[in-house]
Design a protein around this ligand. Sequence first.
Ligand code: UDP
Length: 413
Amino acid sequence: MLDSVYVGRQEIEAYVPITGEEAIEEVRKLAAALRGSRILHLNATPYGGGVAEILRSEVPLLRDLGISADWKTITGDKEFFGVTKAMHNALQGAERGLTEHEKEIYLTYSTRNARLLEEEYDLIVAHDPQPLAIPRFHGRGETRWIWRCHIDTSEPHPGLWEFLRPFLDDYDAAVFTMPGFVPPRFPVERTEIIPPAIDPQSPKNFELGTATASRVLRWMGVDTERPLLTQVSRFDPWKDPLGVIAAYRLVREEVPGTQLALVGSMALDDPEGWEVYRRIRDETAKEPDIHLFTNLTGVSNVEVNAFQRLSDVVIQKSIREGFGLVVSETLWKRTPVVAGRAGGIPLQMEGGAGGFLIESVEECAQRALELLRDPDRGRELASRGHDLVRERFLITRLLKDELALYASLLDAA
Ligand code: UDP
């Protein structure tokens, strides 16, 4: 059997004070048509990264809404996840595709995981490329299949895309974050655009008083009296942590005493993380004001909440990005953001809300400085960002969009 991820309980009712009764009623109505449906979310990791973040919040809410929802992860060893990370990179446009041997590894694990999928479901959502080939080896059966792509696949590596494309023939629908991400010659007829969203009631995003948040950061070793820049993301070259360090050094020349926190989680399906982490650690070993934190040294949801709340500026210097949940998470806490103009980030900072979009180390440093020097302006931008997140990027909107799609695929609308 595939591993099930244990999720706690959550009630949709808890969101009424945030979104109002009407929005929740709409979600309830859509869910009522699907009551009792068996829906599975299938991905590669129970923690680390945006997909796990969303499912951890979404699955308990689907259950509360009367849907029989499960979350399962595929199994694989280091070699398999090395292959799927190379695949992820190639889908985002990296030059290296897969060798024949790597393709074989992918197919071997896909077959194995397909066999481990034993229960029957009315609808299965496979997230990202790791479980993509499962319906081929499992057989479609009576199930409706959705491929949910979270990454920027606008210009996939041509060789890899040739390899993956045929597996999409088994899907009834595909979901992307933005229209521009749909790859060329995409074979699934039904394609929906649904941007991800954050959960305002999760420990990562719920209200956390300044006094408590300060205590958390002091415990972590941050001086809360001095300026703090933070980037929260996996240790991944696409998130450009070395670029963040370079920008920070420029800022520190102008505002001595500024600190940098790089908060990164290690995901089960991302073996590249440790390599990047070690490079950063060596690079910054002699700079005590650069703090490196991981989920393995005690940084979890509440700690990330505190960092996003109390940093003077949060940076997300992505070069390629699917959505970048961390941007909405930060803006929800009314902290200004300086972020790479990549993937779904500009969606979250439309019309200049939230802070600044940048394209280089120098621009990043300059914008961060601007916000450090003019906190009132930072607060004003962040507050506009907060309003945009409330309007478009909360999990209640995501539920509404996804439930509508499920209902239509299951003829339950
Ligand atoms: N995250 C975390 N701890 C960390 C680093 C990241 O909890 O040390 C979370 C972060 O808060 C966000 C998710 O991981 O919820 C990352 O999602 P995002 O969409 O920004 O990027 P992805 O990792 O999916 O590319």
